[in-house]
Design a protein around this ligand. Structure first.
Ligand SMILES: Cc1ncc(COP(=O)(O)O)c(C=O)c1O
Length: 503
């Protein structure tokens, strides 16, 4: 692994993207995958929809784009440029999303039974990594905003004290920024981890833009993390599923993670997706600062105009007041619509149907929208007009959904399930379905994540507490979106069969 960060390299190159174009321009007639053969065999309606230009670039890497010997030389060059742009020592392209990076990290860093400190607002892919690796999680519980039921940061003090309680932990895995745009004090947490030679891994899926603008929180590896994964497709211009792993320092390198990536990633990696990472990197390395200046300005305009729409509450940076070192991404806009008498789900459906607005996600009380480098004054205007319309037409709406006071609960309730066995034992062992109300004291075999708070109230291996059953009952009767369980209506839940409990 490189130990000095690549610098002074010419970021105006895009070697992998260039190679894909050169392959196209060479006029090679492929006798290889994909079967549509540069679009020639594609159904007319598909050609009509996406064009021959896109189909002509839809080829797997290794099929001659890089070289014919699969040395991945040009991809490595492109990855070195990405490392430079993200201020990391090394980087790896991923074409199956950050989900792959999360799983690969746990497979690479932890042997079965080894401990890892994992933030409880973990994405389902980190949980998949826990199941596949057999690592034993010790959960770190991010702060929860007392009124908004919103997950905030994990504090350095909590990490330090968990590491003191678990000196045998191999790694710390955090989600920063959180889904709601709050970042943890990664500089301080990285310092604490390095002092103890513990790997700090950050799921930075929602922060690919951070290193490119000084008014945003720092990028994870830039702040001192050993490794991070970020979704180029989520908030930058990469194609869907494009993602990047970055590495810094000596504790975990690209070569340590590569075998795990090849265990789980497709064997036909899309050259087009990889090329889009290279192109998006060049765009940000050359113009990121200016693009993000404009984006942040647009987000601020959207925030201030939405704030004046009656019945819409814009969640702002004040959510992290009193949380030193925590950061906030202003481009991620959380809008509470409860005062309109609507749930977030209802607002999402109305906005889509009547105002041609697609939101990132909705929950019981609000919606999230992002402003990115792809927005413009016109798109922000459209957004504001849509919410204006919502407020005018729905001001006397009375949702049929009654939000149970349980659902405004504090972290102590949503964090009340405690792990008893590893996620691997619980998820892969024998299970049986029991009615939710009979689950107290049972060990869950599945993940149950209601929105809000969008974090697992129960993960595989956790014991159901009476409080979390009450919360889930209230969530069910409010018609809340519940991600993860086999029965999304929660009439029954899957619990570990008693024979497997002892495990
Ligand atoms: C926190 C977090 N991590 C990881 C992922 C997975 O990212 P990808 O869609 O790139 O696989 C997501 C997806 O929403 C996420 O929210």
């Amino acid at each position: 692994m490189n130990t000095s960060r690549p610098s002074g390299i010419d970021q105006s190159q895009a070697p992998f993207f260039g190679a894909l174009l050169a392959y196209r321009d060479a006029g090679i007639i492929p006798f290889s995958t994909p079967g549509h053969k540069l679009g020639n065999g594609a159904p007319p309606e598909l050609i009509d929809a996406i064009g021959m230009a896109a189909l002509g670039l839809d080829i797997p890497n290794g099929g001659g784009v890089d070289d014919t010997h699969r040395t991945w030389g040009l991809q490595r060059e492109a990855e070195a440029l990405a490392a430079g742009a993200w201020q990391a020592d090394d980087a790896a392209f991923l074409v199956n999303g950050s989900s792959t990076g999360n799983i690969a990290f746990l497979l690479a860093a932890c042997r079965p039974g080894e401990k890892v400190l994992v933030a409880r607002n973990l994405h389902t892919s980190l949980l998949s990594g826990l199941i596949l690796s057999g690592a034993q999680p010790v959960y770190l519980y991010p702060a929860v905003h007392p009124e908004l039921n919103l997950t905030l940061d994990v504090s350095p003090q909590d990490v330090a004290s968990a590491l003191s309680d678990h000196p045998d932990a191999r790694a710390v895995a955090l989600i920063s920024p959180s889904y709601t745009g709050v970042s943890s004090d990664l500089r301080e947490i990285a310092r604490i981890c390095r002092q103890r030679d513990v790997i700090l891994f950050v799921d930075e899926a929602w922060g690919p833009h951070f290193p490119f603008h000084g008014s945003l929180p720092p990028g994870a590896v830039q702040a001192g993390a050993s490794a991070a994964v970020t979704s180029i497709h989520k908030l930058l211009a990469g194609l869907t599923q494009s993602s990047l792993m970055t590495f810094g320092g000596e504790l975990l390198g690209r070569d340590d993670v590569a075998p795990a990536v090849s265990l789980i990633e497709t064997t036909s990696p899309s050259a087009l997706i990889a090329a889009s990472i290279d192109a998006a990197r060049r765009q940000m390395a050359l113009n990121g600062r200016a693009l993000l200046d404009r984006t942040i300005q647009l987000a601020m305009t959207a925030r201030s105009r939405l704030r004046s729409v009656p019945g819409i509450r814009v969640i702002d940076e004040s959510v992290i007041s009193g949380r030193p070192g925590a950061g906030f991404d202003p481009t991620r806009i959380l809008l509470d619509v409860e005062d309109l008498g609507l749930t977030g789900f209802e607002a999402e459906a109305l906005l889509r149907k009547h105002a041609r607005i697609g939101v990132e996600m909705s929950d019981l009380t609000g919606v999230i929208v992002h402003i990115t480098i792809g927005d413009s004054r016109e798109s922000v205007e459209h957004l504001v007009r849509g919410f204006d319309w919502l407020a005018r037409t729905q001001s006397s709406a009375r949702s049929s959904v009654v939000i149970d006071s349980q659902l405004r609960s504090s972290g102590s309730v949503i964090y009340s399930a405690r792990p008893a066995i590893s996620p691997r034992e619980a998820a892969l062992g024998r299970s049986r379905a029991v009615p939710l109300q009979d689950a107290a004291g049972e060990i869950s075999a599945e993940i149950i994540t209601p929105y809000p708070p969008g974090i697992p109230v129960v993960a595989p291996g956790d014991v159901f507490s009476p409080e979390c059953i009450d919360y889930l009952e209230a969530a069910r009767s409010s018609g809340m979106y519940i991600s993860g369980p086999g029965d999304p209506f929660l009439a029954t839940v899957l619990v570990v069969s008693s024979d497997d409990k002892a495990g």
